[in-house]
Design a protein around this ligand. Structure first.
Ligand code: F6P
Length: 343
């Protein structure tokens, strides 16, 4: 049995643990794993490397993805789908594990539906916004990075009696911002799911200052929306193969507004790709490993068109079709809990 494996979309800590898990299970059963380079791009071009238990043994602790990643979408150009199917045949692949977010898994699902390609999906994103899994690996590492950064920012913010706006990732979902805000005891949090009023936010910040708090921390998701300002979500013109614009700038804009409205000196920090970098947490290593093992087993059982996931403490699998196309955004109960501390 020959199995291809690829990682697509934005990288995240824990991807290598999944790769290692798949390689181990397939190799233990006498099969071979080929690592396709840079997501769907490698599946189209055929660029690959042979993965063995030996050359993947210690990658569990390594961040990023040893295979490289890209946002290539084979469905953007119909000839790329043909090329991909040719590569699959040329390499003699019996199955493919696609590790990625909604875009990568959406392609896997289409290839399964349109061509009965033997695919298994594995969900990944630091944003934690994929359906049919309680948590995605990468998220735990990301929020711990945010918390560490804010603990450093706290001291300098307090020294200067400032407000610090910290912009986190989270394109469509406020999980990173919300859990980070809760973990650091932030004064206000802004998420894409719940537009808030600038006046309400500034009132909270001024009330806290008047009550004696010497500094303020605001955590804002990059996709945050304010009810009063049209087009607050800033973006540059770059659009990827899946039609997504590049976000960024909400932190800077908020800092300007807050300083103007409250009269309190305000700075901003964009945590950006730091959140996706470095070694995975122990939690993400374990979750990634368990998902990789489960994906490997699905292949041995020839149960294709499935996605592995986490439900409670159990690893489950669901139809890929059920998992893609609808994001798991921040739930209102979670947000309400966080907002108890932002009044
Ligand atoms: O991985 C998801 C994500 O982190 C989003 O929150 C963010 O908008 C995007 O990736 C940025 O990705 P890149 O700049 O690497 O294309």
């Amino acid at each position: 049995m020959k199995v291809g494996i690829l990682t697509g979309g934005g990288d995240c800590p824990g991807l290598n643990a999944v790769i290692r898990g798949v390689v181990r299970v397939v190799s233990n059963a006498g099969g071979q794993v080929l690592g396709l380079q840079r997501g769907w791009k490698g599946a189209i071009d055929g660029d690959h490397e042979i993965l063995t238990p030996e050359n993947t043994d210690d990658i569990v602790s390594k961040g990023g993805t040893i295979l490289g990643s890209s946002r290539t979408n084979p469905y953007k150009r119909p000839e790329d789908v043909t090329k991909l199917l040719d590569t699959f045949a040329k390499l003699g692949l019996d199955a493919l594990v696609a590790i990625g977010g909604d875009d990568t898994l959406g392609v896997a699902n289409r290839l399964y539906n349109d061509h009965r390609l033997s695919v298994i999906g594995c969900p990944k994103t630091i944003d934690n916004d994929l359906s049919c899994t309680d948590v995605t690996f990468g998220f735990d590492t990301a929020i711990n990075i945010c918390v560490d950064a804010i603990e450093r920012l706290r001291t300098t913010t307090e020294s200067h009696r400032r407000i610090m706006v910290v912009e986190t990732m989270g394109r469509h979902a406020g999980w990173i911002a919300c859990e980070t805000a809760m973990a650091v005891g932030a004064d206000f949090v802004l998420v894409p799911e719940e537009p808030v009023s600038i006046d309400v936010m500034c009132d909270v910040l001024m009330k806290r200052r008047a009550a004696g708090k010497k500094y303020g921390i605001v955590v804002a998701s990059e996709g945050a929306v304010l009810s009063q300002t049209e087009g607050l979500v800033t973006q540059n013109a770059k659009i990827d193969d899946f039609g997504h614009v590049s976000l960024g700038g909400v932190g800077e804009l908020l800092a300007e507004i807050i300083e103007k409205k409250t009269g309190i000196e305000t700075r901003f920090v964009v945590l950006g790709h730091v959140q996706r970098g470095g070694a995975p947490s122990a939690y993400d290593r374990v979750l990634g490993t368990r998902l990789g093992v489960a994906a490997g087993r699905l292949i041995l059982e020839k149960r294709f068109g499935r996605m592995v996931g986490l439900s409670g403490t159990k690893i489950i699998d669901v139809a890929l079709a059920d998992a893609v196309g609808q994001l798991k955004t921040l739930t209102s109960d979670f947000y309400r809990d966080a907002m108890e501390f932002c009044k």
